[in-house]
Design a protein around this ligand. Sequence first.
Ligand code: NAP
Length: 544
Amino acid sequence: MRAKQYDAVVIGAGFSGLYMLHKLRERGLSVRVIEAADGVGGVWYWSRYPGAKCDSDSIFYNFTFSEELYKKWRWKDRYASQPEILEYLNFVADELELRSDIQFKTRVTEASFQEEEKTWKITTDTNEIIEAKYLISGMGCLSTTNIPPFEGVSLFQGEQYHTGRWPHEQVDFTGKRVVVIGNGSSGVQAMPEIAKEAKELTLLMRTPHYVGEARNHLLSKEQQDEAIANYKEIRDAFFTTPGGIRMFTTGKSATEFSAEQQKETLDYVWKTGALALGSAFPDIGVNKETNNVVAQYVRDKIDEIVEQPETAEQLHPDYYITTKRLIIGTNFYEMFNEDHVHIVSLKDNPIERIVENGVKLRNETIECDVIVYATGYEAMTGSLLKINLQGRNGQTIQEKWEKGRNVSTYLGLTMENFPNFFMITGPQSPSVLTNMPSAIEQHVDWIDQCIGYVESNGLQTIEAQQNAEIAWGKQCDDLANSTLFPQTNSWYTGANIDGTQRGFVIYVGGLDSYRKICDQVAERQYEGFTFEKAFQGIVKSSMQ
Ligand code: NAP
């Protein structure tokens, strides 16, 4: 079979893939985006569970690279719902006329670097072979769903759904007994909606989490106009803040305030909503005292809201707040005051297996008609490890990363032995600790510039140097180890997936600092990279 040839192949048509396609096409490259779904949207195509919303203020949850594009769109809600975000991404695809270069309903199964030709040979599940000089992953960090390997899943006689692979048709819970496994962002958003219809709703909870208030509301015409008028400020936040988003902050440690002032601040955050529990006192991630002030505040709120003291106690989280992804919700704690909503702690009573009529725990069986798995994702590395990706000399990514236990990248963007391969929001980049569109724009812009450099210098390949990769890994580890993050087992550390336990693979220094590092690497002629030039051999760009 004759291979199709492109300059670049991009995997995924979510925020990352759409913008990457646009940039490379503007550069005059031929690009093919390969997308498994039959539409654009990435994770927002699949996560159609009831209540699905982004938890960044929607005015920041969009592209800012084009003022014209930004000003053509108005968000309806303070936090955009999944249908609205999907509508936005379809709007982007139409405005930028991207669809003609996207191949839907196709999955990349294999990609291997061809030493002789210096190209990537990409195989799809539709048995196509595509060759491209550049291969770019736009698969994101949270797209491969995690269904824990419970025994008996196929025996269950009722309906079963995963929040990250929700059916397109509305699921009717009316009069049904529903079990939800998992209370991360997805479970917390879905449960109050399911509780409106279900006859019984039981949360099977492994770890209680901190849930702040979202305070969603419709945006008034004035608020929409203001967001549009504030384009420059919104874009500025992408560049100058650690999270790529403007958040409320006192700018000081909680320890600098009296107990009354701390409470006043946190009352304000609770009343106004958003993820600001994590930003009100910027040392929350490093100072145990500040951390405890905020954590205790949430525990007190739980006691205030939840009427049954035993239930409130069950819901008390005890890890360092923000070391697992902070959650915001609507009516989450209030929901447990309703007679038909129950909670079963899995702490001393774990799930043993799924049975025909429900979920068998060690001490009891919870009978139900529907099981909702809100059990999250094989975060950070899952999607990349699913593809048979082979770099130089046939080294696979599974070998390089020891099946996810020893992740190693340069800048979270590239890897030694994988020339001309780039990851958008890959592990060891700020990714999930930021407003995702901010991180995506920064990565795509950098990759685009880098490809421009390779092309304009007549180079064949660019590849991370081993010493640069080792130094980057150390920098990420040192930063993470100076925080409270590694002290909690979470999907940040891969601890949610059996056997994937690894270090903390996110750059915690903030998007603003990270951007400076990436820019400096580029300014120094791509320091830490090796290039190959046709007929002239290898050129090294030195590390300092
Ligand atoms: P998640 O945060 O990983 O939560 C998964 C839940 O399932 C946790 O409560 C986990 O318990 C539980 N779980 C996993 N395996 C289990 C097992 N074997 N037995 C019992 N319980 C188990 O997943 P998520 O809620 O889908 O959210 C993932 C991330 O996606 C979020 O943190 C966020 O970054 C993103 N997201 C964002 C939004 C948004 O608002 N933009 C919405 C949804 C998701 P443990 O805590 O004990 O592991």
